[in-house]
Write a protein that binds this ligand. Structure first.
Ligand code: SF4
Length: 534
């Protein structure tokens, strides 16, 4: 007997939501805003909140949210509308692992997965988010339109096309001629070779400082990674240039939001929560981070920050965070040895890191998370042992500093395998040999098990291979993604398609890179258009 699919039940989620601003749900135009993962993960994404807010701020528009929870037809959180009934669906995708969820959501909604099989009455499928800007080709058989850039820059054009054009084909045609949109039906870089490059429209420095362009949480809920927190974006990009990091190469020059607008946003938060989360790839590098944290504290907020760059850990930042009740700090040394860290282009010595770690525990923090990457070019077993040695030295400092207080602390060593992504300094390098990676992970597990109060998190080698493949592949990845969506395991796919995957993952990528049909763009958005949103 077949089991009836479990219907999504959003009632408990709805009743726990506290909107920062109440928007009408009855616009003339309604966009389906979908996240290809669960409510918990999707509502942790500030990008999703930003699009939600911008759509509602445009006259006559509203939007409804969809997540991957449950089985059967995806239903909107707002009013249980079926996903398949919407004329346009905008997916925000930030992680390649979500490609499979994306295909499953389309299938559950009764929308043909392949764009070539969609007809006039089918929904228009749009994808934005960082995956579109890293390499949209693996999804190009499934997506009608990719939006390449900041929501503030691409949404006015997208929503304008949806308002004006009579059908999906006309919308596709119109967007194909506009900067910031990749339309696979019209732009065929794999077939046509060198085409004029498509511009990605990231927020410029001037836009970042302008009023109305500060991404903050739109709906506070306990059901997220940042439970009950009002998130505020501090900056984009990073002053560092670590060779593996997309956030620094792909997001453009380091730039930050104005302190004035960040502080103003606290008034909006006040009505819904007393907890703030300041987020960015380089939160601590905002020139006025200490002032912002202190003013938030003075207003009665408890604050936390996402990972801080090691040099940006100052006494002022630590004091302000501790006084806000935060007990945990995350740093990313990436390697255990200074030499390898220099090769990674992060010239920060262990001596500086250890000074900062001492200061962290001295300020009363009890939890330290340290993130590392293994499988780096030229990495030896000795370099991996150096991660354990560094973890042990941090642990000694923790014990020394916390002993007089009677507190017990903990250190987490998070280790990921290098995924050489498009648009990074290492976009051409090969993934390390799987047998070597397994040996290194085994060494880490054994070493960490011998260190009390130290835990280890590590990524599977198989997952690293899969992620590398689907982040650098071309449109031929469609077949494997469809099989994955229909239930075939990653292990089985990697075995079955070994001949296709191996050269893409384990050999350096020479010559022209397939994703280089896009380039960072600074095309000014027409003021009249920009003014209609936000
Ligand atoms: S410090 Fe962090 S965010 Fe900055 S470039 Fe390095 S890895 Fe990326």
């Amino acid at each position: 007997m077949s089991k009836k699919p479990a219907r999504q039940d959003w009632r408990p989620f709805r009743s726990d939501e506290r909107p920062v601003e109440r928007f009408s749900q009855h616009g003339r135009y309604v966009l389906a805003l979908a996240y290809a993962n669960t409510y918990h993960v999707g509502m942790s994404s500030l990008a999703l909140h930003r699009v939600y807010e911008l759509v509602h701020q445009r006259p006559e528009w509203s939007c409804q949210r969809f997540f991957s929870d449950g089985d059967g037809m995806p239903l909107s959180v707002e009013s249980d509308e079926p996903l398949g009934s919407f004329g346009a669906i905008a997916f925000s995708i930030s992680f390649e692992e979500d490609y499979v969820n994306f295909l499953r959501m389309l299938e559950r909604a009764g929308i043909p997965g392949r764009r070539s099989e969609r007809t006039r009455g089918d929904s228009l499928v749009i994808v934005g988010g960082s995956c579109a800007m890293i390499n949209p080709l693996p999804l190009s058989e499934f997506v009608d339109v990719f939006a390449l850039g900041a929501a503030e820059n691409v949404l006015p054009e997208l929503l304008g096309a949806l308002e004006d054009e009579p059908d999906r084909e006309a919308v596709i045609e119109r967007l194909a001629d506009r900067p910031g949109f990749y339309v696979p039906e019209r732009h065929r870089p794999e077939v046509d070779g060198d085409l004029p490059k498509i511009q990605k429209l990231e927020l410029t420095e001037e836009q970042m400082r302008a009023p109305g362009n500060l991404p903050t949480t739109a709906i506070v809920t306990p059901h997220t990674e940042f439970s009950d927190k009002f998130l505020i974006e501090m900056s984009r990009g990073c002053p560092e240039k670590c060779l593996y990091c997309w956030a620094t190469f792909g997001m453009g020059r380091f730039r930050w939001h104005s302190t004035e607008y960040i502080l103003e946003s606290l008034a909006r938060a006040r009505g819904v929560t007393d907890r703030l989360g300041f987020i960015a790839t380089a939160v601590g590098d905002h020139p006025e981070i200490e002032r912002i944290l202190q003013e938030a504290k003075a207003l009665g907020f408890r604050s936390s920050v996402s990972s801080i760059r090691i040099p940006a850990v100052t006494g002022g930042v630590l004091s302000a965070l501790r006084e806000s009740g935060d007990r945990s700090i995350t740093l990313a040394p990436e390697t255990g040895s200074d030499e390898l860290r220099i090769k990674l282009n992060k010239p920060i010595p262990n001596s500086l890191l250890l000074d900062k770690v001492r200061a962290i525990f001295r300020h009363g923090f009890t939890q330290l998370k340290l993130y590392f990457i293994i499988g780096l070019p030229d990495e030896s077993l000795a370099d991996v042992q150096a991660i354990l040695d560094l973890g042990a030295r941090c642990r000694d400092l923790m014990l020394e500093e916390l002993a007089p207080t009677g507190k017990i602390g903990s250190i987490h060593l998070g280790t990921n395998v290098l995924i050489p992504k498009p648009y990074t300094g290492w976009q051409r390098v090969a993934v390390a040999d799987p047998a070597e990676l397994k040996e290194k992970i085994a060494l880490l597990k054994k070493g960490a098990a011998e260190l009390p109060n130290v835990t280890l998190g590590s990524m599977s080698v198989r997952q690293a291979i899969w992620q590398t493949y689907i982040s650098r592949a071309g449109s031929e990845a469609a077949e494997m993604l469809e099989l994955a969506a229909s239930g075939e395991t990653v292990a089985s796919l990697l075995r079955r398609f070994r001949e296709r995957v191996r050269p893409e993952v384990f050999e350096p990528m020479p010559g022209r890179l397939r994703w280089h049909f896009m380039r960072a763009g600074r095309v000014p958005v027409e003021p009249a258009l920009a003014g209609r949103v936000g």
